[in-house]
Design a protein around this ligand. Structure first.
Ligand SMILES: C[S@@+](CC[C@H](N)C(=O)[O-])C[C@H]1O[C@@H](n2cnc3c(N)ncnc32)[C@H](O)[C@@H]1O
Length: 263
């Protein structure tokens, strides 16, 4: 008896919440008969990624299972869950079944899919993996407020706000636009800093971009003292950033004096 060829692991980016932002390639993958997996934070918990697929009108296939990835910073615990998820996935792949992992936003941006795919590669290096790119939360958020994230030679940084307010403030020297993800725990402190630097009016808050519960806030200081969802971000445009002179199409290297000028 011959064993069937292994299935493929496909990370299907579904965009941040609006089914209209699912790419045709992700759509075709959803509609092909495959085994669906999707992330949940705890057993029996809801999956935002699955919700996007279902709201798009694709019926849940018979073969599907949630994979638990808890919200913790404990790397050892996370590793255990990534490897347990990989083992579940590999079991199906070895039966010759393609496994689709549903991804909220884009699979290459702070996504669990990266961890899952790495764990699969470690346990079964022969497995073929495909990543389907998608619309990220911050691309959808910028479009929602008709904001250009970067023009001409503007600099743009995307980072988790967990680096802390001081680091975010420092980065305002170097970047025309900052996209701050995972802002929930630090929102009040970030807002105070933005107000102090005269940047609150150049900031945008977007929660659950594209989902029915989407919230766009332009008066960001009004959020002080309120609770926001984990799926929320800030886009900060810094029109006050001191730009260096252009020399033959390149900006001169930054000097300490220029940094101090911007303070
Ligand atoms: C683990 S990262 C996932 C990023 C996602 N892969 C993407 O492409 O946008 C989670 C963070 O992304 C941001 N995020 C993800 N989805 C969002 C949405 N629909 N609306 C607003 N922010 C979102 C939030 O800052 C959240 O804390």
């Amino acid at each position: 008896m011959t064993t069937p060829p292994c299935g493929r692991l496909i990370g299907a980016s579904l965009g941040p919440g609006d089914p209209g932002l699912i790419t045709r390639r992700a759509w075709d993958t959803l509609c092909a008969s495959a085994f669906w997996t999707y992330p949940v934070r705890k057993h029996g918990g809801e999956s935002y990624a699955l919700d996007i697929a279902l709201r798009a009108g694709v019926p849940l296939p018979v073969q599907h299972t949630p994979l638990v990835f808890p919200m913790t910073h404990d790397r050892a615990v996370l590793q255990r869950y990534w490897h347990a998820g990989a083992a579940t996935v590999i079991e199906q792949l070895q039966c010759g079944i393609d496994v689709v992992f549903l991804v909220e936003g884009d699979a290459s941006t702070y996504s669990t899919f990266g961890h899952l795919a790495r764990a699969v590669m470690q346990q079964a290096p022969h497995i073929e993996i495909e990543t389907i790119p998608g619309v990220s939360s911050y691309h959808a958020a910028a479009a929602r407020v008709n904001l250009s994230l970067a023009d001409t030679d503007d600099t743009l940084a995307i980072l988790p706000a967990g680096y802390g307010v001081a680091e975010v403030e420092r980065m305002l020297h170097d970047f025309d636009t900052l996209v701050l993800l995972k802002v929930k725990p630090l929102l009040d402190d970030l807002l105070l800093m933005l107000e102090r630097k005269g940047l609150a009016e150049h900031s945008y808050f977007v929660e659950k971009a594209g989902a029915p519960q989407e919230r766009v806030v332009r008066e960001v200081t009004s959020l002080r003292g309120t609770k926001v969802n984990y799926l929320s971000l800030l886009i900060v445009h810094n029109p006050h950033r001191v730009k260096l002179d252009m020399v033959r199409g390149c900006r001169k290297p930054a000097t300490k004096e220029r940094h101090e000028l911007a303070d």
